[in-house]
Design a protein around this ligand. Sequence first.
Ligand SMILES: C[S@@+](CC[C@H](N)C(=O)[O-])C[C@H]1O[C@@H](n2cnc3c(N)ncnc32)[C@H](O)[C@@H]1O
Length: 318
Amino acid sequence: MIIDEIIKDYKVAKEPLVKYLSLNKIDILEDGSISQKHFQTVLSFIEKQDNRIEKSLNGKNLGYFSPDNRIKIYKDDAISFLEKLPSNSVDIIVTDPAYSGMNNKLKLGKGRIVGKYSEKGTENGKWFGEFEDSEENYTKFLTQCQRVLKKSTGHIYIMFDSYSLLTLGNIVRNHFEVKNLITWDKVNIGMGHYFRRRHEYIIFATNGNTRKIKNRKFPDVWRFKRIHNSKYPTQKPVEVFQAMIHASAETDFVVCDPFTGSASSAIAAIKNNCKFIGCDISEKSIEVSQERITTFLNNGKDILQPNSASVEENIFWE
Ligand SMILES: C[S@@+](CC[C@H](N)C(=O)[O-])C[C@H]1O[C@@H](n2cnc3c(N)ncnc32)[C@H](O)[C@@H]1O
């Protein structure tokens, strides 16, 4: 691996890296590379460099940053945000993309937000943009997810509705080892022309490794009540993300969500003592997330989800 490429790709400063190589008597070969056998040792050194993610992103985007810098949300497009992150820098990705397919193909209103969400301030009658879920775009997205996720320990959870699961779910296999398909049972029925919808899916996969989840009692059907009358459209229960993070994270792990929405995943990360880095393309998302996280950090109250979504029998993480 060429040193200059490591510096660019992993976003580390040259000076400490060269110093580390010299101290550890790792030779830089004639072509400017280090041998494969030393690469893993160098990777562990890179991982320990402070604020690698922050250095690569700071000052480039507007967003919300918590006072202790453990929570960072950028206003950005998911792919362009991921492209700015260093390789091998994120422990877990938990995400709920804004798929366009369900609306477009099933013709459920062309993706327009209706009712209270169509109020002034939304863009083109929509509160937020949709992620173009073509195979090409999704492949770009997953390539970046794989690059930023840690190779030895990384876990990824991606949420799908039934339409996007059938069109895009199989592509996840080209990038990750898919270990299971989790069903989120929302307890109460929702909309639907052919059977009322009561569930969504979550693909759980690892980044080419075998790190197990922490809790062996976890089933692959999760029951959490859907959020009714949410302030942010498509807001998911914090518990859905808590279940993912609880299964896969240790204290201080970096959790990433490139479709942050109302920051349910960020609140779940805080509850699990993890750091969080995410982005959303919508200005409204940043506003809502800032208010929600600030209040939660100040007084422990979740203004967007005051009540638990858990049903009695499945509080797996307690
Ligand atoms: C399904 S919502 C996420 C909801 C979130 N899980 C919650 O609980 O609030 C998807 C989010 O993706 C955002 N989005 C749409 N296109 C995007 C893009 N290209 N890059 C980043 N975010 C995008 C939308 O603004 C929306 O907030």
